[in-house]
Design a binder for this molecule. Structure first.
Ligand SMILES: Nc1ncnc2c1ncn2[C@@H]1O[C@H](COP(=O)(O)OP(=O)(O)OP(=O)(O)O)[C@@H](O)[C@H]1O
Length: 235
């Protein structure tokens, strides 16, 4: 299938009544019960919700690692029913950066080579690696391997890899979760600048209220439903 490089409109993601269950033997765990939302270019949306509410499941529906049981999902304007495994793989290589809580870096490559590899997969020359590492405050880690970094340094190196591929969509699971307070304060603006300057859309799963407040909108996943967060109800 030949996919348009740019979405026809500003919506990167359009989800309507998405549902997803898991099956453990005879037990059925209904995680998402009709989730609807849209994510536009240049928009950062936070997803909050209790542990086990389905936040990771939602991210994995949006990067094609899971398929919804029912509902409609459009990614860059393409209905998910028309997307092949190959299309999803290409999206993950060139257009969708997923930042998991760990395991983002290839352990046998230095940080600089991780960045070059990620950019190369997306068909780009690695040109901004040093500048990205500098911006993120980890220039001194370029020649180190991931297991020689702290958790916070690994998280920032993973962010550098994500930016290096110049994605259109970032799906992030606690992108500042391993950072100490001061570092999170320094990295968060870079994250949002990159999103806004590059008109990238971002869906950010977080338990960090300050990070969520920096987003354009906050959605809450609860009892299988995704709704605008109402601080008055939740507090
Ligand atoms: N592969 C699976 N098989 C069966 N149940 C699963 C599977 N993956 C997740 N679940 C269940 O689905 C529910 C949602 O899990 P999910 O990881 O999406 O939640 P979450 O909101 O990301 O949680 P946390 O904040 O703790 O990371 C949980 O009850 C979990 O136990």
């Amino acid at each position: 299938m030949s996919l348009p490089r740019r979405p026809m409109n500003d919506a990167l993601i359009q989800a309507r009544k998405l549902s997803k269950s898991y099956h453990n033997g005879r037990e059925q765990i209904c995680v998402l019960r009709g989730v609807s939302f849209a994510l536009r270019r240049g928009e950062a949306v936070a997803v909050i919700g209790p542990s086990g509410s389905g936040k990771s499941t939602l991210l994995n529906l949006l990067n094609g690692l899971l398929a919804p049981d029912s509902g409609e999902l459009r990614v860059f304007g393409n209905p998910h029913t028309a997307l092949t495994e190959g299309d999803w793989a290409e999206f993950r290589r060139t257009r969708i950066a997923t930042l998991f809580q760990d395991g983002n870096l290839i352990p046998t490559l230095t940080v600089a080579r991780n960045i070059a590899f990620r950019a190369g997969l997306a068909g780009l020359q690695q040109h901004a690696g040093e500048a990205l590492l500098q911006q993120l405050g980890i220039a001194d880690t370029a020649q180190r391997y991931p297991d020689q970094l702290s958790g916070g340094q690994q998280q920032r190196a993973a962010l550098a890899c994500a930016f290096a591929m110049q994605p259109q969509l970032i799906l992030a699971d606690e992108p500042t979760g391993s950072l100490d307070y001061a570092t999170a304060q320094r990295v968060a603006p870079l994250f949002f600048d990159a999103i806004r300057e590059r008109a990238v859309g971002a869906l950010i799963v977080t338990h960090n209220p300050e990070l969520a407040e920096r987003c354009d909108r906050i959605l809450e996943l609860r009892e299988g439903d995704l709704r605008p967060w109402d601080s008055a109800v939740s507090s």
